[in-house]
Design a protein around this ligand. Structure first.
Ligand code: AMO
Length: 443
């Protein structure tokens, strides 16, 4: 019998760790793809792509004679060399290659260079070649930062007593209503792709009090805009025993502050590559929906066209005014009209035409929706009926209410929208690794 031994703790070479521990002149062994070759006559600079950075290597002497004729960009290599200081190289270090093995060679040249700062082709072409385009330093940095956001969202909420859940993405009822739901045949029954984990996170508040989820959600929106995807990543949390919805806003503020601190500390290279300016979020201003609409109408001499919702242009203008008045990149807009909020939103007891809900705008774009939910069974059934829905279609959701739920609320954040605004992009698809839009199902 043969056994598989446990993986030895031998992570890929990490330049950052090396920099921390450095001082020694011992040879290191590392592997990566050749991002760029710069021939200098009798030697070459090889820029080798490591998981999190690029290191300049010098191919010279016998290693140069042996390997240079067969070497191409995107060859995967394992090499041993000595790292020394070189102020003109990235990180002020370069690796002098002593020995090298070429592990693989590409079958064809790249369709466009990925080793320039800016990526060449138009967005549609880039998305078609996404597995290649993502090798570019700018593109890699975006998704490392995105991974950092998710990681710290998790870490922070865990410190606050939240339990991570995974809700089903195949569901029997649509949570967010409207026509934008993908329906499918589930062994003869009608099913839907989850528009959000809404029902499940609420139900789990009755079990764990505080829960969160990071997962894909699906919206069958039949329009191509710069801020919509048909599949996106939703960062959700839901908390029980709240006093009111501002508890949720306070938790989100603390979470965002923690995420940006983490990015500042752990992703300095990526932040620099992307020229990201990290916002300060000690506190976030909050304004009522009606007041926000009036503020924009007054400041910009605009007519209010839709009194029940914010137009994208209004989101931008509200953010501009708030930025000028308070310096904040974020603003909570609260008390949305009940007519525009789903059946689970709790009405404002002071004015039942409004809800105890909010959006968070970041640099001109809605990145979060949240609010207090109805926890009382009769009130929830009545609101469903009021909205023209059949309570029997929501049996399992109502089961939780029927058997007792604490006062609770939560929110959902669009990860790609948050990234889009952080990176200063005007197009959301750049923040999705493999975007799904009306025209794209591949790669
Ligand atoms: P909502 O439908 O407003 O609320 O979605 C929450 C957040 O998700 C993001 N978002 C999108 N991002 C990319 N493409 C889309 N098509 C898209 N649609 C929405 C936005 C938005 O603010 N269940 C509620 C949340 C809650 O109350 O907990 C919900 O899904 O950033």
């Amino acid at each position: 019998m043969e056994y598989i031994e446990r993986e030895k703790a031998r992570p890929a070479f990490c330049l950052k760790d090396y920099l921390i521990q450095s001082g020694g002149s011992d040879p290191v062994t590392l592997h990566g793809a050749i991002h760029r070759i710069r021939d200098m006559g009798h030697f070459s600079f090889l820029l080798v792509r490591l998981p999190d950075t690029i290191i300049q290597c010098v191919l010279e002497g016998q290693a140069y004679e042996k390997h240079r004729p067969h070497l191409h960009e995107e060859c995967c290599v394992r090499l041993t060399g000595v790292i020394s200081a070189e102020e003109r190289a990235p990180h002020g270090l370069e690796c002098h290659i002593q020995d090298m093995v070429v592990l693989s060679s590409p079958a064809a040249p790249l369709p466009f260079p990925v080793n320039r700062h800016k990526i060449g082709p138009a967005l549609e072409t880039e998305l078609g070649y996404r597995p290649i385009a993502l090798r570019n330093s700018d593109r890699r940095a975006r998704f490392r930062v995105q991974a950092g956001i998710v990681q710290q969202f998790r870490n922070f909420l865990q410190t606050q007593g939240f339990t991570e859940i995974r809700s089903p993405k195949l569901q029997s009822a649509s949570a967010e209503g409207g026509a934008n739901v993908f329906s499918l045949d589930y062994f003869g029954k009608k099913a839907y792709l989850a528009q959000s984990p809404q029902f499940y996170k609420q139900m789990m508040v009755g079990v764990y009090e505080r829960v969160f989820e990071v997962g894909s959600v699906f919206r069958a929106e039949r329009h191509q805009t710069a801020r919509h995807l048909n599949e996106y990543v939703s960062l959700d949390f839901e908390m029980g025993y709240i006093d009111d919805f501002t508890d949720l806003c306070a938790m989100e503020t603390a979470m965002l502050a923690s995420v940006f601190d983490y990015l500042r500390q752990s992703f300095a290279e990526e932040i620099q590559t992307l020229k990201v300016s990290l916002p300060s979020v000690d506190r976030i201003p909050s304004i009522r929906f009606v007041e926000a609409k009036e503020l924009v109408a007054r400041t910009y001499n605009r007519k209010i066209k839709d009194p029940h919702d914010l137009e994208p242009e209004e989101e931008r203008l509200i953010s501009d005014v708030i930025k000028r008045q308070t310096g904040s990149d974020f603003v909570f807009v609260t008390h949305y009209p009940a007519s525009k909020r789903p059946f689970y939103a709790m009405n404002d007891p002071e004015n039942p035409k409004l809800t105890l809900s909010f959006d968070l705008l970041f640099r001109g774009l809605e990145i979060t929706t949240g609010g207090q939910r109805i926890h009382d069974y009769d009130e929830q059934v009545a609101k469903m009926v009021d909205k023209g829905l059949a309570p029997e279609d929501f049996k399992s959701y109502l089961m939780a209410h029927r058997h007792g739920m604490p006062p609770h609320g939560g929110l959902g954040i669009g990860l790609e929208r948050l990234c889009m605004k952080l990176f200063g992009d005007s197009q959301i698809r750049l923040s999705s690794m493999f975007p799904r839009d009306m025209g794209r199902l591949d790669p």
